[in-house]
Design a binder for this molecule. Structure first.
Ligand code: PMP
Length: 382
């Protein structure tokens, strides 16, 4: 009855854990949920009735113009014609998979990487080529060997405040990756949902802006800076890819909600937008610092981590071999939710790592949750 592809369909563990983590008494470090109190108010006053009609598949001209201007500001050479408005950047991953992936197509991802990207690429039959990640970015020696040997069709990278690891690639790594991708003619999929959530200085020059010949797609979203429920995001791509992406978007959903685009355009072009981003960074930095202090207090002998310079996550590696996935039910019993490391790897493995989100819990609950989690893990390690 079903397509052949359905045999490759996987559920998302995060969405299952998130459902449990929604219980009010639960302290949740599991999701990547922005804090509701940090979200701007969505204001539909003045929205023209004409937007109730069907609209263009590529997105509204005024939003594409504003996004192209924003991209040029961060160094990405883009005209409105290079912009496609998306229903979430997750949709962009789906369109890219449809464009590039057949059964067995080699696809490079970071280890660890964003698990919903793995879910999406596997559906189309991707064969994963995993490159190890350090706090400065991918292991470049290994990356070059894999490019040479496996010839991946594209590489999916999250260079700035990576999900799940929180790392930010340094400038030299970004430049070197651009050189390698030009040399091996690998398509770059650069996913940047967290780039505005910077708390410390670090290099954020988009890698796509340094490419000379390799094709590229750069994804951005309003989910982390504004409201994820609106489902408005965008891609900016190399002109050579645009006709394909445009038709794929048409076939997927005709176009993204025009009302959502209008509200996000209003926000993006409002004189208060830079101040909103500044407040957001301030708000999350306090939480990041609170979690860093709690971890120092309760985890110093249990795990290693680097304090993330931006984004929404800490990535902890236990000092001993262990399976954090097996520890999750014990933590949930004590009303603390976290994401075990295992599902963030494209090829299954036991992991002694865990991802902790700090944006959603209150400061008191961050301390309490980290303390309880340390107790649970200490007991499990025996
Ligand atoms: N990419 C990454 C790396 C993410 O972490 C997320 C959200 N968790 C997304 C894409 C999806 O974002 P959107 O809401 O725009 O679909």
């Amino acid at each position: 009855m079903f397509s052949e592809r359905i045999s490759r369909l996987q559920g998302s563990l995060v969405r299952e854990i998130l459902a449990i983590a929604q219980q009010p008494e639960m302290i949740s470090f599991a999701g990547g949920l922005p804090a509701p109190e940090a979200m701007p108010k969505v204001d539909f006053t003045g929205m023209p009735d004409s937007l109730s009609q069907y609209g263009p598949s590529e997105g509204e001209a005024w939003l594409r113009e504003a996004i192209a201007a924003e991209m040029s500001r961060i160094g990405v050479p883009a005209k409105p014609d290079n912009v496609l408005v998306l229903t979430g950047s997750q949709q962009g991953l789906d369109l890219a998979a449809k464009l590039f992936v057949d059964q067995g197509t080699p696809v490079m991802v970071e280890a660890p990487t964003f698990l919903a990207a793995v879910q999406c690429f596997s559906l189309f039959g991707a064969k994963f080529v995993e490159v190890g990640l350090t706090p400065n970015g991918p292991d470049l020696v290994q990356m070059e060997q894999l490019l040479e040997r496996e010839r991946p069709r594209f590489a999916y990278l999250i260079p700035t405040f990576q999900n799940p690891a929180g790392f930010c690639y340094d400038a030299a790594t970004r430049t070197r990756i651009a050189e390698l991708f030009d040399r091996y003619d690998v398509v770059l999929l650069e996913d940047e949902p967290y780039r505005e959530l910077a708390y410390d200085e670090c290099d954020r020059q988009p890698i796509c802006s340094q490419l000379k010949s390799a094709p590229w797609i750069h994804f951005g979203t309003f989910s982390k800076t504004a409201v994820p429920g609106m489902r408005v995001a965008y891609l900016v791509a190399d002109q050579r890819l645009m006709p394909y992406l445009y038709k794929l978007k048409q076939a997927a959903d005709l176009h993204t909600s025009r009302q959502g685009q209008w509200a996000m355009h209003k926000l993006l072009t409002s004189p208060d937008y830079p101040a909103h981003l500044e407040r957001l960074r301030g708000f999350y930095k306090v939480k990041r610092d609170a979690m860093a202090e709690s971890l120092d207090r309760h985890f110093h002998d249990l795990a290693d981590w680097v304090v993330p310079p931006g984004g929404l996550f800490f990535w902890l590696k236990l000092k001993r071999e262990a399976d954090t996935y097996a520890m999750l039910p014990k933590a949930l019993e004590r009303k603390v939710a976290f994401m075990p490391g295992q599902p963030f790897y494209a090829t299954p493995r036991i992991s002694n790592e865990l991802r902790l989100n700090f944006s959603n819990a209150s400061l008191e609950r961050i301390e309490e949750g980290v303390r309880i989690l340390a107790e649970v893990i200490r007991k499990e390690l025996g």
